[in-house]
Each structure stands twice: as C-alpha cells, then as structure tokens.
Design a binder for this molecule. Structure first.
Ligand code: 9D3
Length: 500
C-alpha cells in the first residue's frame, strides 16, 4: 500500500510538471511506479473572464482565491472519493520526515497550492485534511512546497529509488548529520584526505566517521544531538538484556522506530538511579526493569515492553490509532490489548545471532527475488500452495520490491525462499516439502543472515512457538534463544493480510 497517485491543484500546473519531470521522480513517473497530475484550477472557473480571485470581506491587502473553482477542481480530481488533501500553507504544521513516511502509506494524495493572499476558508473546511508548511520563511506560492513534499514522499515508495533495502545505509549514523567525504585526488589545494580513510581498516574508518558525525551534529544541530544522546541511553539500557530486547534494540539503532513512551525518558537522564518495577521470567530471573513503546511508522508496527501493569496501561493508551501490528512480551499486556480489540496472531520464540562472522552457505543457487518470483512466494506464503497465483498479497509484494526476499533454486526452478520482515526480523522461511532435508533452508537462512551482517544488523527472528524443526535449525546455525515469549497481535477490524 503506497502513495502511487499525486494530484496537484494549482494555477501553475506546468511549473509542477516541468519541475519534477527531469528528476528521479520523473523517471519513476515514466516507469509508472508513481503517477502525477497537475490540475489547473483556472479550468474550473465559471467566470466569463476565467477569474479565480476576489477581494477579501472586511478589507485588507491583496486578493483571495474563491471557493467555487477550488472546490470544483478538487471534486473533478477525487470524483467524490475521500482522498487525503493537503493544503500547503505557511499556516500549516511543519513538514518532517515522519510526515513524509505517514503520507507515503496513502494510495492517493491531493496537494492544494494557494496563491494571492490565500483561499476562502469555507472551501478549506470542506476539502482539506492536512495543513502543512515547509518551514518558517515566505515564498510566493505553494507550488515549490508541494514539489518538495512530493519529492520527499515519492522517494520512500518502493521502486522509486530502485532497491530500497539494499541501498539502505548501515545503522550507525542514523539520527546524526552525515560525516565528511572525500574523493580523488588524494591531495587538492594542499589539503590531504584524512589518513584513516586510506588505511583500509574498515573498523577504524567506521569509528572515525561516527566520531565526525557526532562532532558535526553537536556543533551544527544541538537539538538533534540531544535527542541522539537520549536515544543512545535507551539503547544501552535495553541492550543489557539483549536476548530479550534485540527487536527493540535493532529497530532503534537502525532508526526505524520512534519512541512513543519510555519511563527512562520520563526519568530524564538519571536512568541509573531510576527505580522502575522489575519483572521476572517464569524461572524467576530478572528480565526487564523498564517500559518502552516503539512505533515503526513504515509498517504501522508497535513493539512494547511493560515493566508492570501500570505501564502496560500507559502503553495501551499511547498506541497510535493506525497501528496494525503489535509485538509484546508480557502476558498481561497481551490480555490488555485483546480487550482493546487486538487479536493474537501467534506466540513466538525470539532467537538472535550475536556473532560477527558470516555463516557458510552450502546451497549454491540463491539470489535476491524480483517481482518475477512474486506468484511463487504468494502461492506458498499466503496460500499453503493450495490456490494458484493471482491471490494478491501487498505485504509480499512490498517485501520483494524492497529487495528483502531471497530464493533458493535447483537448476533454475524455485524451491524455497526467506525474507526480512519490515520491522527487521528474519522470517518467511520456506522450502518445498520434497526438497527438505538437503540443507536448503539452512543455506537460505545463512544467506539472509550474511546480508544482515553486511549491513551491521544483528540477525534475529521470531519462530512460531510450536515449530520445533525451526528451533533446531536456529540452534544449529548458532542462534541464541530469548527467555520470554513474544506475541504478535493485529487489529481485528483490519482486513486479514497474513503476516506469519
Ligand atoms: C506575504 C503574504 N502573506 C502575508 C499576509 C501571506 C502569504 C501567502 C502565501 C505568504 C506566502 C504565501 C505563499 N507561500 C505558500 O503558499 C507556502 C509556504 C511558504 O511560503 N513557506 C513555507 N511553506 C509554505 S507551504 C505554502
């Protein structure tokens, strides 16, 4: 489910079309990954002189765009359907990356660009769902802001930048400004490329870049730096119970999740002194002393950790309304969420791979999947091989387009697959029955683990609690097991796209 259609209502349609056409966005438009149309509001005037503006009641400088042409242009574009409509205006809330992510999840978006001194309030009340500005400075119209937003949103849509998943940066520099970069020649205007970059020592290079990124952020964006430090503190705290919290630690370090609630944050920087209630595993071992609610906007997935009943309530209160999936590890939080209309999809065991060495891959024929393999994956993943292809699964489609699925083949024909879920866990492992027992599943998983290691991620996964064969496989590959159970819950009203 991605924003594929952008409509722009404007008095200067050619400005929008010509502005976006030569860019990466234009190429995506040519490839039909997105669609863009700019509608001239003037085409909808009923005035003999094609006039669209008039004087403001109560007086004041300049002219206003009238309600009727704007309304009719909007109506022509939506055909009466309810489509998210953004009025780009200096009176809006500031545009952010989080907003871009939220809007990228829509199928269709309308941008309304104002001119003159603004638009008659009455039509705004009827058609606008979001008021957004791109910053505190004054422009001459809304076209550039609409283009800025379309650019930022479109590049998040799978297929626009090519292979998202494979192009994703390593984890370490999220939340920080970028480090300085150098290309040939080695010396220019008497300035030498920093020695460490020529050393060939990958670890030292990473360390140096991280330090540069930190310094730069502290200096130029103290606001971001403070948030970064707070988040690092939370990560360190959660990482004390890495086996149990790897899913939280991973999505935080990779920058996929926002913190919606944390009692560590409430405690400010005195995390060490903070005395949160502690919870215990079945064997009576201490396994958590803090509560956290994370939200991965891109897949509408929440991950929660509750230290006690009260923080469980606090977490339930803060779930975003559009949450589709929740991963929890406390039975009472699971029960609480069931009462709030979520349904348990399954109970899982969490496993993680903490070593840095790549795993051996014995089966030779493994590669990244493309949409050509979509019918195969869909047949087995969504339908147990019962139905033929053609049953659509948006999730599988998105994962393949993101470059997050790999397949095993024998003499060119597919026999299985594995994938990386949108929240970062390994999963979707499947090998056809007649090809089992030859180490293909093991190779597939090892292959995916190696891809994750290359990105600097810690591979982890959730195995269905009853799947002893899979648990054995994970142990063989060198995975460790968490002490807790994990439940995945989904919204009961949502149509049941299967997420195993
Ligand atoms: C100077 C005129 N203004 C004073 C009463 C009002 C005004 C109307 C229209 C000021 C700017 C504009 C045009 N700008 C946008 O439409 C706009 C915008 C912007 O100017 N800055 C940041 N974000 C945005 S989003 C749309």
């Amino acid at each position: 489910m991605s924003a594929v259609i952008f409509h722009v209502l404007t008095l200067f349609p050619e400005m929008v079309i010509q502005g976006l056409s030569p860019s990466v966005i234009g190429r995506a438009w040519e490839k039909k990954v997105i669609s863009l149309d700019a509608v001239d509001i003037r085409d909808y005037t009923t005035d003999r002189h094609r006039k669209v503006d008039d004087y403001p009641y109560g007086g004041g400088a300049g002219m206003l765009m009238q309600a009727q042409p704007v309304y009719d242009a909007h109506r022509a574009v939506t055909g009466g359907k309810k489509i998210r409509t953004i009025y780009v205006t200096p009176q809006g809330t500031p545009f952010t990356q989080a907003k871009a992510q939220e809007l990228a999840a829509e199928d269709e978006l309308v941008f309304l660009c104002g001119h003159y001194e603004g638009i008659d309030e009455r039509v705004l009340e009827e058609i606008v769902t979001d008021y957004i500005s791109i910053g505190d400075y004054v422009l001459t119209g809304g076209e550039l802001p609409a283009m800025v937003m379309i650019d930022a949103i479109a590049r998040l849509i799978p297929g626009v930048l090519g292979n998202d998943f494979s192009a994703e940066e390593e984890s370490f520099y999220n939340d920080l400004l970028e480090y300085p970069q150098y290309s040939r020649p080695e010396e220019w205007h008497g300035k030498k490329v920093p020695q460490v970059l020529l050393s060939g020592n990958h670890q030292k290079v990473t360390q140096w870049r991280l330090e540069q990124a930190r310094q730069r952020t502290a200096e130029r964006r103290p606001d971001l730096y403070e948030k970064y430090q707070e988040k690092q503190l939370l990560i360190r705290k959660l990482a004390r119970h890495k086996r149990n919290n790897i899913h939280l630690v991973e999505s935080l370090t990779r920058g996929c999740a926002e913190v919606l609630y944390s009692d560590i944050m409430l405690a400010g920087h005195s995390a060490e002194e903070h005395t949160a209630a502690e919870i215990y595993s079945a064997e009576g071992k201490r396994i958590a002393a803090e509560s956290v609610l994370l939200y991965d906007r891109s897949c509408k997935t929440c991950m929660a950790l509750a230290a006690d009943m009260a923080s469980g309530e606090a977490i339930a209160e803060r779930l975003p309304a559009d949450t589709e999936l929740i991963i929890v590890s406390e039975p009472y939080l699971k029960e609480l969420l069931k009462q709030r209309g979520y349904k348990v999809l399954g109970s899982y065991i969490q496993v993680l791979y903490t070593r840095k060495e790549a795993l051996p891959v014995k089966h030779r024929e493994i590669c990244r999947l493309t949409m050509e393999h979509y019918p195969y994956v869909c047949r087995w993943y969504c339908n147990d091989g019962k139905c033929g292809p053609g049953i659509d699964d948006a999730y599988v489609r998105e994962r393949i387009q993101a470059g997050a699925m790999y397949g095993a083949f024998i003499e060119g024909s597919q026999v299985g697959f594995v994938g990386i879920h949108s929240e970062g866990s390994l999963g979707m492992l499947f090998v056809e029955e007649s090809f089992r027992g030859q180490g293909i599943a093991s190779s597939l998983e090892a292959y995916a683990v190696n891809r994750m290691l290359e990105k600097g991620w810690t591979p982890y996964g959730h195995i269905s609690a009853g799947n002893t064969a899979s648990v054995k496989l994970q142990e063989k590959l060198g995975f460790y097991r968490a002490e807790k159970n994990y439940w995945w819950l989904e919204k009961t009203l949502a149509n049941s796209t299967l997420i195993c």
